[in-house]
Design a protein around this ligand. Structure first.
Ligand code: F6R
Length: 241
């Protein structure tokens, strides 16, 4: 697992976007694994800018998102599908038929199957990850075991509290989600995790301290990924020492 220390959020976003751009340029029909939340927003801005400048072409790229809240349809303004539409898909030339999103409003068991069928047929070339304060990746919450397949998950109290900032009130945050499991993440050819902010320091500290693969620290699966890179800003890195 490589660690890249950067000055600030802007450099973090540029670094992540550069790595993703390298994959798209060398494989124009690559499969991008995407995340939502605050952490990758700058990365998506950078990728959209590279598209605007004519450096990147997404017309053959496929994408798959890590997760979706149960109960929220793509047109709900707090759904991850909506987030992706607003902040990325509307700014690049990814084709609608090449975008895989879980439909949070549809039957969860059917969506899990659809997600697992997709992952069986489509190996991710590069997966971008944020990290929860508790070390979750996707919505794989700390537990006594890892779940390999895409699955429905009850969100941890800590995650509900952390994500309440996106909703009017905490009680509006959905209690469950469908997430990619560890199979999709661990079999990606490349994984990059972007982390910024003091709240992530305890989880990043544990991740950097040992190579134990511990389901209580879901991000520790990165230790067995073929090509994993963690990008952290200087302030956060200082807090892990
Ligand atoms: C989002 C996701 C989550 C977030 C994590 C960090 O698709 O899968 O794991 O990456 O909760 O969120 P932010 O970046 O908002 O701190």
């Amino acid at each position: 697992m490589k660690v890249i220390k950067v000055k600030n959020y802007e450099e973090l976003s540029r670094t992540a976007a550069t790595i993703i751009a390298g994959v798209i340029l060398s494989k124009p029909d690559c499969i991008l694994g995407l995340a939502t939340g605050s952490s990758p927003v700058g990365t998506y801005d950078q990728l959209a800018a590279m598209y605007e400048e004519g450096i990147l072409d997404f017309s053959h790229v496929k994408s798959v998102n890590l997760d979706e809240y149960e109960g929220l349809a793509r047109d709900h303004d707090q759904s991850f599908g909506y987030f992706m539409d607003q902040l990325f898909f509307s700014k690049v030339n990814l084709k609608e038929e090449n975008i895989f999103l879980v439909d949070g409003a549809a039957d969860a068991a059917k969506q899990e199957k659809r997600f697992n069928d997709f992952l069986k047929d489509n190996k991710i070339d590069i997966q971008i990850l944020g990290i929860g304060n508790n070390g979750h990746i996707g919505f794989n919450e700390p537990d006594s075991y890892f779940t390999a397949s895409a699955h429905k998950v009850e969100l941890a109290e800590e995650t509900i509290k952390a994500n309440a900032r996106f909703f009017e009130k905490e009680s509006d945050v959905p209690r469950s989600a469908i997430t990619m499991g560890m199979y999709g993440i661990a079999t990606a050819a490349k994984v990059i995790l972007v982390a910024t902010g003091a709240a992530k320091a305890p989880a990043i500290k544990k991740l950097l301290e040992s190579d134990h693969v511990d389901p209580q620290l879901p991000c520790s699966i990165l230790h067995i990924c073929e090509d994993a890179t963690v990008i952290v800003d200087k302030d956060l890195y200082e807090l892990t020492k």
